[in-house]
Design a protein around this ligand. Structure first.
Ligand code: NI
Ligand code: MN
Length: 239
């Protein structure tokens, strides 16, 4: 299984049976577009182009623009299935997306690629047009023998301890940028709550409010016995 970082909180997970795209915010992300235009000779550059990226599923944690901006275009072109909370999935359904799978907090479903649980996030959620976006969430995926936690935008919450009790999480994608979500200190505690030492950071550096010091943040994790990986945009990692 492979994961590619596409900037901000956008990842493409390639499993044995499906390509799963999380929270696509690619075309409005100037960091991602700078890297795309300077790397056009690289085969991964097409993943930073919303007119070329391929996927079978689009998982959306909540309705904010910086998580759904490219979803409609990608869903319409690829025919992928959108998976999110009831309100967000229905919002895309009303836009003519035929394949949508509504979930809600605490619910799990067996998809063809593996099992997905939609879990608590402490944040807000509204759609780009201002309509109600339901409650924000995160996802726990059990796929190809691994358990992956994609936290979405969230504060540190004691509910994360439930995930640590229920699952053996192999890798967790946690927001670390502070201001809109938990910052590095709380993300270290989140890693403790979910009993996972292998963390990939997200939701940092994209805007002025969420710029972080990479070395300092990684030291904070390593001082607490955890590994924080900060992937380059376009970088692929084997999970
Ligand atoms: Ni948000
Ligand atoms: Mn966000």
């Amino acid at each position: 299984m492979k994961i590619t970082y596409l900037g901000h909180s956008t990842f493409l997970l390639e499993t044995a049976k499906a390509k799963i795209l999380f929270d696509p915010f690619i075309s409005p992300n100037s960091l991602a577009q700078e890297i795309r235009t300077s790397s056009l000779d690289k085969d991964w550059a097409s993943m930073l182009d919303v007119e070329q990226i391929e996927c079978d599923y689009v998982l959306l944690s909540h309705g904010h623009e910086d998580h759904v901006a490219d979803a409609e275009a990608i869903l319409k072109r690829t025919g992928a299935t959108v998976v999110s909370n009831f309100e967000i999935a229905s919002w895309f359904g009303a836009k003519g997306i035929e394949k949508y799978h509504p979930m809600n907090i605490g619910g799990s479903w067996d998809f063809d690629f593996g099992r997905v649980k939609y879990v608590t996030a402490v944040h807000t959620s509204s759609m780009p047009d201002g309509s109600y976006g339901g409650n924000p969430g995160g996802f726990v995926l059990q796929v190809d023998g691994k358990t992956i936690y994609y936290a979405g935008d969230t504060a540190l919450t004691y509910d994360m301890k439930l995930l640590g009790e229920e699952f053996n999480i192999d890798v967790a994608l946690l927001p670390i940028g502070d201001n809109f979500t938990m910052g590095p200190k709380d993300a270290v505690r989140a890693a403790e709550f979910i009993s996972c030492n292998n963390i990939i950071g997200m939701h940092y550096d994209t805007f002025g409010y969420i710029k972080i010091d990479h070395d300092q943040t990684q030291s904070l994790f390593s001082d607490n016995g955890k590994t924080l990986t900060l992937m380059e945009i376009g970088e692929t990692k084997e999970l």
